[in-house]
Design a protein around this ligand. Structure first.
Ligand code: COA
Length: 272
C-alpha cells in the first residue's frame, strides 16, 4: 500500500487502477487502520505517505455536484464525498449542519453536536465529544474521551507532508473557543481553559515548574500531561511597547490537574 501511494503522489495523470488504489486507501483511513500520525514508544510520528495519499486524492479528484436539492447546492472533489455512517457505527450525529469527510476515522461512542466539521485524515477516538462549531482539521489526531468544547478549532496540517498534525491525547479538555494549531501536541489529561490559543510560536509559561515551553523549527509546542493552561498576558519586551503599556497574549500553566480541576471539568456526562 505504501509503495502504491508513494507512486500516486508522483503522478500527474490518473487511470481507473489509480482510482481503485485511492479508494482502498481511503477505506483504510475510514476504518482507522491507517493513520496520519501514530504514537510509537511515547513519541508521535507522522506517516508522511498517508498525507501524500490524501494530497494525491485532491489532485485526482474532479469537481462533482454534491447538491442535496436545488436549494442546498454543494460542489466538491469527487474523491472526497462525505463519510458514510450506519446506525451500527455507534456514532451520535445530532441533526443539523455537521459534516464528516470520507477518509476520516470516527470511533464508536463519539458524539457530534451540530454544526461541527471533521476533515479528511482526522482520527477521533472512542467516547469523544465534538461540540457545536468545533473543527477537527485535516489529519488531526484526537484521543479517547476528549472534550472538544463549543467553537474549539483544531487546525489541519496537510502540508508540508513531513509536518506532524495537531495531536490531542486521551482525556484532554479543550475549552470553548480554543485554537490548537501547527502540530501542537496536547498530552493526556491536559486542560485548556476557554480561549487558549496555541501555535508553534506561542511561548507557554509554566508557573508551577518555572519554565517556558516553546516549539521550534524541528519540534512542535508540547503541553505536558495534566497541565491546566489558561489565557493570560505578559508585558511586551520592546521599549516603545512598554511606554505604551502594552501586553501580549500568553497562555500559562497555572497548575497540574487536581481534584478541583476534576470538579470543574465534569461537564454534561449525563447527556451522553
Ligand atoms: C480551566 C478550568 C477547567 C478551571 O480549572 P480549575 O482547576 O478549577 O482552576 P482553578 O479555579 O483552581 O484556578 C487555578 C488558577 O487559574 C485561574 N483560572 C482558572 N480558570 C481561568 C480562566 N479560564 N482564565 C484565566 N484564569 C483562570 C484561577 O484564577 C486560578 O488562579 P489564582 O489562584 O491566581 O486566582 C476552567 O476555568 C475552564 O476554562 N473550563 C472550561 C470551560 C469551558 O470551556 N467549557 C466548555 C463547555 S462547552
Amino acid at each position: 500500500m505504501i509503495e502504491t501511494i508513494e507512486g500516486l503522489f508522483q503522478k500527474d495523470q490518473f487511470d481507473a487502477k489509480d482510482r481503485n488504489a485511492l479508494e482502498s486507501f481511503l477505506d483504510q483511513l475510514d476504518e482507522g487502520t491507517v493513520r496520519a500520525a501514530e504514537r510509537v514508544e511515547g513519541q508521535w510520528k507522522v506517516n508522511t505517505w498517508v498525507k501524500k495519499g490524501i494530497l494525491a486524492g485532491f489532485r485526482m479528484g474532479v469537481l462533482a455536484d454534491r447538491s442535496i436539492d436545488e436549494n442546498f447546492r454543494f460542489f466538491d472533489k469527487d474523491t472526497f464525498p462525505l463519510k458514510s455512517f450506519q446506525l451500527s457505527s455507534g456514532v451520535r450525529i445530532v441533526p443539523g449542519g455537521s459534516a464528516v469527510r470520507r477518509g476520516s476515522y470516527v470511533a464508536e461512542g463519539v458524539t457530534c453536536m451540530p454544526p461541527m466539521y471533521i476533515n479528511v485524515g482526522a482520527y477521533v477516538d472512542e467516547g469523544t465529544m465534538v461540540d457545536s462549531h468545533a473543527l477537527v482539521g485535516s489529519c488531526a489526531q484526537i484521543g479517547k474521551r476528549v472534550h472538544l468544547s463549543a467553537a474549539a478549532q483544531i487546525g489541519g496540517v496537510l502540508e508540508p507532508v513531513g509536518a506532524l498534525p495537531v495531536i490531542i491525547e486521551d482525556e484532554v479538555l479543550v475549552g470553548g473557543n480554543c485554537g490548537v494549531y501547527e502540530g501542537t501536541i496536547v498530552r493526556r489529561g491536559a486542560v485548556l481553559a476557554a480561549g487558549v490559543i496555541l501555535t508553534r510560536g506561542t511561548p507557554v509559561y509554566d508557573l508551577t515548574r518555572e519554565t517556558v515551553l516553546r516549539g521550534d523549527d524541528e519540534n512542535p509546542l508540547e503541553i505536558p500531561e495534566g497541565a491546566v493552561v489558561v489565557p493570560g498576558t505578559r508585558p511586551v519586551s520592546s521599549a516603545y511597547g512598554k511606554t505604551q503599556g502594552l501586553s501580549l497574549y500568553t497562555p500559562m500553566i497555572v497548575k497540574y490537574r487536581d481534584q478541583k480541576t476534576e470538579k470543574s471539568v465534569q461537564l454534561e456526562e449525563r447527556l451522553r
